[in-house]
Design a protein around this ligand. Structure first.
Ligand SMILES: [Zn+2]
Length: 263
């Protein structure tokens, strides 16, 4: 059994519309800090030099959004309306864990111009790989966009799904749809341009807004999908970090591949 990392890093050196701030307290700084805290809060005298190597423990303080790095979007991210259930959409900490460990299917949507992919293209891909997603399977979209991670281009150059494509997957019983792009919708600039040209409000974030009527999750900013040896026959784990009341949670998404098994 092999584990393939499908996550992209949280990296403060990357270009991000919301820059990541990563402050590191080194083990030596941690020793000084701890010594000061002991004196201030407990009246205890403890010198940093009394520690082995005069070092205590490091600490990272990170400022980032819940949508930075590989993460799972919860239904509450999509809006406050949830026509499918009483009590409003669920937050990331309220979703069943079995949604996030399931057989995976990867679809090849690479080599396309920025914009959306429709249901007919997904059906062609099901035919090509000779597998139609089954209820509970986690569908991963390999758009190729993870090649631009860390750069401006990552936010403007990728494909998303249109509303029909999302509904097709949800009709099949899929509850988690992942992409290696910044978003499961087309880039912001592409959406606004098509909206200005057409005046058609259905082009506005159809993949996310579909989640106001049907409960499902997205994984965004996956990576390394081309390392999967076959379009299906592997398991995906993408448990979101348990952040109370949040619309998303980071995940170290991985695939489990059994190389001894013919696919
Ligand atoms: Zn997101």
């Amino acid at each position: 059994m092999r584990i393939i990392d499908l996550s992209s890093p949280v990296d403060a050196s990357f270009f991000e519309p919301d820059p990541v701030v990563h402050e590191i307290l080194t083990p030596a700084q941690g020793a000084v800090h701890m010594s000061e805290e002991m004196r201030e809060h407990f009246g205890l005298d403890f010198s940093p030099d009394e520690l082995p190597d005069a070092e205590f423990l490091s600490l990272d303080r990170i400022t980032l959004t819940s949508h930075t790095g590989t993460h799972v979007d919860a239904p509450s991210h999509y809006g406050t309306r949830a026509s499918y259930r009483e009590g409003g959409p669920r937050h990331i900490d309220e979703l069943p864990l079995d949604w996030f460990y399931a057989p995976g299917v990867v679809l090849d949507l690479s080599g396309r111009e920025p914009g959306t992919v429709g249901s007919d293209e997904l059906k062609r891909e099901f035919a090509r790989i000779e597998h139609t997603p089954e209820p509970g399977e986690i569908v991963l979209l390999h758009t190729g966009a993870s090649g631009w991670v860390g750069t401006r281009r990552y936010f403007t150059d990728f494909v998303g799904l249109d509303g029909g494509a999302v509904h097709l997957l949800l009709d099949l019983g899929v509850r988690v749809i992942g992409t290696d792009a910044f978003s499961l919708d087309a880039p912001f600039t592409n959406i606004i341009q098509r909206y200005r040209e057409s005046g058609d409000r259905s082009v506005l974030w159809p993949a996310h807004f579909a989640g106001r009527d049907r409960e499902y999750c997205q994984i965004e900013r996956l990576a390394n999908l081309d390392a999967l040896p076959a379009p299906y026959g592997f398991h995906v784990a993408c448990f979101p970090v348990r952040i109370t009341g949040a619309g998303a949670g980071w995940t170290r998404a991985v695939a489990f591949v059994d190389d001894s098994r013919p696919s």
